[in-house]
Design a protein around this ligand. Structure first.
Ligand SMILES: [Zn+2]
Length: 218
């Protein structure tokens, strides 16, 4: 029996696998939630600096232009002492519990938010796997879940829903609703008609809030 066959035949194995996958991806989501807004702000500052004719380096702090900063580089460090986080201290949920929520180098507390995001991702992924079972719908719902967790926490911190997360999700959703149900492909959880109405209604509601806010506040 291959791994795929095992996942397809046993809901319990598939749910357990998605739970672990959810924990691991949850750990990466913590990185996205923290770094993506910083990356966006840097990019906006650079654009502003270019538009106003200043040298980008003048407005971007020391950590700026020269030093690469993205979702992969540099390695994660402790916000308090700057010590790089060793791989063995980066195991989702388990490391935080073993370290009792404190940095291994300096002993400063590590926010409970990190294990919470990991646990939330793990639990939601297990629920998705249980609900949909093995198939493309489950993988689409897992992707949606991860994007929504990242969006929810970035929104909570910065009142911002980055286009780089919302727009791919919009197109991916429409594409999958169109693709699902084709010959040999199981039907999508949401049909094309509902997807299209959802996309328009979602856009229109946020567009209205934006313009209503501008109208009221000037
Ligand atoms: Zn530390």
């Amino acid at each position: 029996m291959t791994v795929i066959e095992l996942l397809a035949s046993s809901p319990a194995v598939f749910t357990g696998t998605c739970l672990v996958l959810g924990l691991v991806v949850g750990s990466f989501l913590n990185v996205v939630i923290y770094r993506l807004p910083v990356m966006l702000e840097r990019s906006w500052r650079e654009q502003c600096a270019q538009t106003s004719g200043e040298a980008a380096a003048a407005t971007v702090p020391a950590v700026g232009a020269a030093q690469r900063f993205n979702l992969v580089v540099p390695r994660s460090t402790c916000p308090a002492c700057g010590a790089p986080i060793a791989a063995r201290h980066n195991i989702p949920l388990i490391s935080w519990v073993l370290l009792r929520g404190h940095c291994a180098s300096c002993g400063e507390p590590i926010s409970v938010r990190y294990p919470l995001v990991e646990a939330l991702s793990g639990a939601l992924c297990a629920a998705v796997a249980w609900k949909f079972g093995f198939g493309w719908q489950a993988f689409a719902a897992l992707t949606l879940t991860w994007f929504l967790i990242a969006l929810a926490f970035i929104d909570l911190d910065h009142q911002l829903l980055p286009d780089s997360l919302t727009l791919p999700l919009l197109w991916l959703g429409l594409l999958l609703s169109l693709w699902g149900g084709q010959a040999g492909v199981s039907p999508p959880p949401v049909d094309v008609r509902s997807s299209l109405i959802g996309a328009m209604a979602g856009y229109a509601s946020l567009w209205s809030v934006y313009h209503l806010f501008r109208l009221l506040t000037g």
